[in-house]
Design a protein around this ligand. Structure first.
Ligand code: FAD
Length: 361
């Protein structure tokens, strides 16, 4: 463990495992490893991208993470749910699917927002007794015990309005709305536009790929799916593997998921990494590329083309070299090589020509 401040150091003296060392500083270490588990998580959708919801503009419109922080005992209000005026709210709106299932932002469902919104509704009721209204498109309570939790909330007299929120405004149209935030929404079950005045609005934003996903993607040479999260090798048969051997995925970096699913995937990824270590050897692809050093001009186009980062440029020899254990034999280097130095084992021109001649003879 590493602490920035010295403190009293009682913990250092008392820790039987000797895990605390106050003299340690930050350091960058290079480790040689045989397997990597990527578990870099997600970023929360920035609700400012939907200005009509008022986040960052209207006081008392808060994000889901801010609400989590407020509820925490070590948070700014000591765990009490309060408005910006320091009073417990008498009415709270929870807006689901902010940025999710939205063609203008993220088309996919973020999976966890329905359930964390229900958790918020329960917390608000428990802590303040306020009237809580959930604005949802569809309720997706998909996991074990989740539907029961949803039903329990309905019995706790939490309101549910089915419809996508059009806007959150502070422009009142009636004395009842004055000084409040008004959530405007088409109630698709009743078939009418509703204006619901509340004192606090929580925006349940969706999950999006982490900001450094692109950078990590380049470092590790793994693919991303259309939604920007890291892509697994096969959605059903290899859900924690990637197209690059030895690199595994766990948690929300692969797509939105809740804690139980992240933990399960983490255990599977660790098992995958251990099985590689346990075997002690790897089986190479029978079809892989090689570079004829005599022909290579050292242009490095193959280095840039290789999706598996399997090619390195040897500056001393002035040629590119294949790392056989990483090569998947995709042929990107062969197709792009201007000097014909990159060759596909068992698929060289002369072999293909011989095969064609054999077929035609
Ligand atoms: C508001 C909110 C409430 C939620 N409530 C619940 C709930 O009640 N129950 C539930 O089951 N789920 C809940 N979830 C979902 C839950 O947060 C996720 O399932 C969980 O965080 C996923 O875990 P993870 O480890 O994959 O990602 P994260 O929790 O995002 O952790 C990833 C970690 O990797 C670190 N990291 C990122 N990039 C790098 C890098 N390049 N190098 C080193 N480290 C890096 C990050 O700093 C972070 O610490 C909630 C989500 C939100 C947004």
């Amino acid at each position: 463990m590493h602490f920035k401040t010295g403190g009293c150091k009682i913990c250092e003296d008392n820790c039987e495992a000797g895990a605390i060392d106050h003299s340690k500083t930050d350091e960058t270490r290079q480790l040689k490893v045989g397997a990597i588990v990527l578990a870099t998580g997600f970023d929360l959708f920035d609700s400012r991208e939907i200005p009509r919801y008022g986040y960052g503009r209207l006081p008392n419109v808060i994000s889901a993470l801010e609400f989590e922080r407020i509820c925490h005992a070590s948070g700014p209000t000591g765990g009490k749910v309060l408005t910006s005026a320091g009073q417990p709210p008498r009415s709270v709106a929870i807006v689901h699917c902010v940025g999710s299932r939205d063609k203008n932002h993220q088309e996919y469902c973020s999976r966890v927002c329905c359930m964390y919104s229900l958790k918020f509704a329960h917390l608000v009721k428990e802590k303040t007794g306020a009237e809580v209204t959930n604005f949802y498109i569809d309720m997706r309570s998909f996991g074990k015990g989740y539907e029961e939790f949803y039903r329990r909330l309905m019995s706790e007299e939490v309101n549910f309005v089915r419809g996508k929120v059009a806007e959150v405004t502070n422009v009142s149209r009636s004395p009842e709305e004055e000084g409040k935030l008004i959530v405007v929404c088409e109630d698709t079950l009743l078939g009418l536009v509703r204006r619901v005045p509340v004192e606090l609005v929580i925006l349940s934003a969706g999950l999006k790929p982490g900001a450094d996903t692109e950078k990590l993607n380049q470092v590790f040479g793994i693919c991303r799916s259309a939604d920007g999260f890291f892509a697994e090798k096969h959605p059903k048969l290899a859900p924690v593997d990637t197209a690059s051997d030895g690199i595994f995925l766990a948690g929300a970096c692969q797509g939105p998921k809740d804690i139980p699913d992240s933990v399960a995937q983490g255990a599977a990824a660790a098992a995958g990494a251990l099985s590689l270590i346990d075997k002690g050897s790897i089986v190479l692809e029978p079809i892989r590329a090689r570079i004829n050093a005599d022909l290579c001009g050292g242009c490095q186009i193959c280095v840039a083309n290789c999706p598996y980062t399997a090619i390195e440029y040897n500056s001393e020899k002035g040629v590119s070299e294949i790392q056989e254990e990483l090569c998947k034999g995709c042929g990107s280097c062969v197709a792009g090589c201007p000097s014909g130095a990159a060759l596909q084992e068992n698929f060289e021109d002369r072999q293909i020509v011989s095969e064609v001649e054999g077929v035609l003879s």
